[in-house]
Design a protein around this ligand. Structure first.
Ligand SMILES: Cc1ncc(COP(=O)(O)O)c(C=O)c1O
Length: 402
């Protein structure tokens, strides 16, 4: 940090910390030679989609890496969620978190099910088992927890509730690639888990996703559902969709598997630098993870306590933007605030006090495999400078908003 400590924040007229925008993430670009060698195979075979060789190879390698019985690839994580819910044959209500990306809840509603929002835990920011327990009724058929920012949901407690009430348990593991809890891979919990391989994710296929699990009957059903429900030339069964991953998308994944291992390592180290430096600043907190969890460093989320930090989360976001540091207010607004869901009784603010508090205080900072450690130090220095000048920064932002 050194000389940067005395820096004048850009909102107060100082030089922006970065000359060009530093985004909160940057997609990992596959090695061109390796990618091309896979794409050559695709071009030679002229087999671009429909259960191609590369999709099958990536499914095998991911099942192995993720420590699961099967991996069924999809065109994106949302299609994977849609099919996973469909094959579990649910009805009525599904308990889920409002502190997630829109797709989690949309997939429930697109299946004709009613999402029921439950509050989250103030430390892990994941579904609170007590709230899940209290919301379960005779019309509940499933729980869809999310491992938010890669931090595992309350696995044992949720499993207990699901077992006791015979509810399906589908984890949205979009953020949790490569996460382990003790010896157990994150995808080994629940009936099924869904990953997103969108370009912004730790491991990606540009667009893509997967459902993983252990029951071969569910695997067969998922394979049908992602291909319109086509059983054979003369039979189409059920409400299938086109959820197939293409061969070129699978080529991206195959070309990125090794780089992802290096990225996890590097991201964890960068996250540790952030946590150590920012942890010393009054009013900045972090998401709590259990000690036995091996995280993946996929996000760097901080929580701002306005009274202690001197500014609220939105003010810090805007002050950082002036420094050319682009942070993200994940997941604000909550999904329960979406006009599609806000009429639901469970979407009432009084039902979700902790989720509302967390959503108004969390900010995701730049973190990606190629991010230089020096840039992490500069982001930290900018935050420290903004914190030290908090009253003047607040006045300047309020003035600018008038
Ligand atoms: C928690 C969560 N669930 C589902 C999705 C949907 O995945 P996709 O973008 O691959 O459709 C995402 C992100 O994109 C996500 O963050």
């Amino acid at each position: 940090m050194g000389s940067n400590q005395a820096k004048t924040p850009a909102v107060l007229g100082g030089e922006p910390e970065f000359a060009t925008p530093l985004y909160y993430t940057r997609a990992r670009v596959p090695d061109r030679g390796v990618f091309d060698s896979y794409v050559d195979r695709v071009f030679e075979s002229a087999w671009f989609t429909n259960d191609g060789e590369l999709v099958r190879e990536l499914e095998r390698r991911l099942a192995d890496r993720l420590g699961v019985g099967f991996c069924c690839l999809f065109a994106n994580g949302t299609a994977a969620l849609l099919a996973a819910l469909k094959c579990l044959d649910l009805d009525g209500q599904v308990l889920t978190t409002p502190f997630t990306f829109a797709a989690t809840v949309h997939a429930i509603a697109w299946n004709g099910l009613e999402p029921v929002f439950c509050d989250i835990d103030r430390d892990t920011w994941n579904l609170a088992p007590d709230a899940v327990q209290a919301a379960a009724t005779d019309t509940t058929s499933a729980i869809v927890p999310v491992h938010v920012f890669g931090v595992p949901a309350a696995l044992a407690n949720l499993e207990r509730i699901a077992k006791r009430r015979s509810l399906a348990l589908l984890y949205d593991a979009a953020h949790a690639f490569d996460v382990r809890v003790g010896e157990a891979p994150i995808g080994s919990f629940g009936d099924l888990s869904v990953f997103s391989f969108h370009a912004t994710k730790l491991f990606h296929t540009m667009e893509g996703g997967a459902v993983v699990g252990s029951d071969p009957a569910l695997r067969d059903e998922l394979a049908l559902l992602r291909n319109f429900g086509i059983v054979n030339e003369e039979e189409v069964r059920g409400l299938g969709i086109n959820g197939k991953m293409s061969e070129v998308h699978a080529a991206t994944g195959l070309a990125l598997l090794e780089a992802t291992t290096r990225d996890v390592d590097r991201r964890r180290r960068l996250a540790a630098i952030y946590e150590q430096s920012l942890g010393a600043i009054d009013g900045i907190g972090f998401q709590r993870t259990a000690d036995d969890t091996a995280g993946n460093g996929s996000y760097l989320a901080i929580r701002i306590e306005p009274e202690r930090f001197g500014l609220d989360r939105n003010q810090l976001h805007d002050a950082l933007r002036a420094e050319n540091i682009v942070s993200r207010k994940y997941f604000y607004p909550l999904c329960s605030e979406n006009e599609a869901y806000r009429h639901l009784p469970s979407a009432a603010r009084e039902n979700l006090p902790i989720a509302h508090a967390v959503a108004s205080e969390v900010l995701c900072l730049p973190l990606f495999g190629d991010l230089p450690a020096d840039d992490v130090e500069r982001v930290v220095a900018a935050i420290l400078a903004i914190h030290r000048a908090a009253p003047a920064v607040r006045r300047a932002l309020e003035e600018a908003a008038r």
